[in-house]
Design a protein around this ligand. Structure first.
Ligand SMILES: N[C@@H](CCC(=O)N[C@@H](CS)C(=O)NCC(=O)O)C(=O)O
Length: 207
């Protein structure tokens, strides 16, 4: 049996898992179900209604993209590939911490998307401002960390993938929240990575 990845590629977390799988050459079946539009169908395999969920060939269901990546790195190493993160040490922690910054940016964008789904009279402007401030702080810290082509260790890692996926997600869902001129290094990283085979294999779902 093949791996099965549940969730749409409009989710930055689902997309980054799929990009890592494409990069590692791990084939998977894609269950393209929305957490909002296909609730009853999703409930059958994933009652948590949270994506991504990866089902392994031996039937184990994995949740949370960081833990899924941890598993995929193990599969890649077992097949003799260099993983998208060092196995130990300070560079490993740096990769995860930069992934954390990019995840915070994605989380805060999701929060703004949800805020904008409310009827205008139920929106909380001060809250949105706080979230926007957290979003731009995370982006600024990533921008400051980009020295050269890559975020950590002079090569592609999960940090670069999550950063580029987060930027593309912001541009796709809330273009007004992406002042690209403020973050030229992140803009360049994203443009470059979006042209690589692993990213091109996983375009954002635009349903
Ligand atoms: N920390 C989680 C975040 C996943 C997440 O936020 N997924 C969203 C889609 S972008 C979701 O499933 N939302 C529906 C819900 O949680 O009810 C991860 O990295 O996997």
């Amino acid at each position: 049996m093949k791996h099965r990845l549940l969730g749409l590629f409009d989710s930055p977390y689902v997309r980054r898992v799929a990009i890592a799988m494409a990069y590692y050459g791990i084939p998977f079946d894609h269950e393209s179900l929305s957490v909002f539009r296909h609730v009853e169908e999703m409930r059958k395999t994933n009652p948590l209604l949270r994506v991504p969920m990866l089902t392994t060939p031996d039937g184990m269901r994995l949740h949370e993209s960081a833990f899924i990546l941890d598993y995929l790195d193990e599969v890649a190493r077992e097949s003799g590939q260099e993983a998208l993160i060092p196995a130990t040490g300070i560079l490993r922690r740096s990769v995860w911490q930069r992934v954390a910054l990019a995840q915070i940016a994605a989380d805060k964008t999701v929060a703004i998307v949800y805020e904008h789904r409310r009827p205008p009279e139920l929106r909380w402007a001060e809250w949105e401002e706080r979230v926007r401030d957290q979003l731009t702080t995370a982006l600024q810290q990533l921008e400051d960390a980009l020295d050269g082509d890559w975020l950590v260790g002079g090569r592609l890692t999960h940090a670069d993938i999550m950063a580029a996926v987060a930027v593309s997600f912001i541009r796709f869902t809330e273009p007004g929240e992406w002042p690209s001129e403020r973050f030229p290094k992140l803009e360049a990283l994203t443009r470059r990575l979006e042209q690589t085979p692993a990213f091109l294999a996983v375009p954002i779902d635009k349903e």
